[in-house]
Design a protein around this ligand. Sequence first.
Ligand code: B12
Ligand code: SF4
Length: 291
Amino acid sequence: MNPNVLLLMPREYDHCRTHEELKDMWHITFPPLGLLYIGTVLERNGYRVRVIDFSVENHSRQEFEELLRSFQPAVVGISVCATAYCFALILARAVKRVLSDSVIVFGGPLATFCYKEVLENQEVSCVVRSEGEYAMLDIMRYVESNKTSALSEIPGLVVRGLNGVVVGPHRELIKDLDSLPYPNRNLVDLSLYSTQYTISTSRGCPAKCIFCSSSAFWKNKYRIRSASDVFSEVELLKEQYPAMDRFVMAEDTFTADYGRCMKFCELLQNSNLAQSQAWLEAHFDLLIYTH
Ligand code: B12
Ligand code: SF4
């Protein structure tokens, strides 16, 4: 039987505020698109996937442990940005206590940059740096093959070695983002989010502001999906969620490619979605430069 995989989005760790209080503060919550992309690729390859997003779901320690016992994931992937690191470690320890043989994978921005510090925690088996879909697929195959190869041979991974960390071979970024399946949003309960309909149309940012991690995270490459692929996803969202009247481009900058931007607007304008609102982020210079 194929091994199961559990993907976790830790909540931001805040000693002072409860989940309910954060909700009252109009805390913005988006579905975890990165985990949904990874989960969808793994599902399409025959693995059973569960996603738990602690930024919108409340689970006591006991409930979480029960879930681990019943679902028995062989691999647990945790998405880690800086503010969620403490909680991510708490989750990793809980997993290790219940399922000592599971492979615990950290990915996302903090893990990508601070992999040495992350791997000082014995419960973390490995770190995936940058893009996660196919590195996670390789990890699932490694587990499925009864761990006959070495984790350190998988491109894009960092593991603990006898004398410090071992950085595995380089992994190429996905060349054609249109080749990725649309994220299966049914892996989470969309009704729990303050912003439900989000789309990722690009990866990276051409602006390269010196204080920002985006370029370094996406290996200095800016990749975009085609206007028609993005528009098809919007159409699919509308079909699946007829109540949708607004969607959000959840990424660094949508407007950097003028041609694609105009093509997308045309497609939208000439469709029955013309009344929908599209929210997006754009770097000001890129907006002016392209006009
Ligand atoms: C949309 C967005 C949000 C949304 C939703 C975040 C979410 N939970 O998905 C909202 C508005 C809620 C948000 C909030 C915050 N955000 Co924000 N956000 C973004 C943004 C613009 C896009 C994220 C996204 O959906 N990308 C698309 C998907 C496909 O990519 P991805 O999420 O990176 O996932 C890929 C890889 O990272 C990796 N990966 C991710 N997780 C895992 C896990 C495993 C196991 C593996 C193997 C791989 C892996 O594989 C995925 C697929 O390839 C990014 C910038 C960016 N361009 O990435 C900032 C970014 C992630 N946010 C950031 C920050 C700082 C925050 C906040 C802390 C802000 C604040 N002060 O409150 C909070 C933290 C909330 C949280 N716990 O995540 C920083 C993180 C920096 C850091 N060093 O940690 C980023 C990188 C922006 C930046 N350049 O500084 N954010
Ligand atoms: S425009 Fe935004 S996302 Fe792009 S490099 Fe600058 S700060 Fe980062």
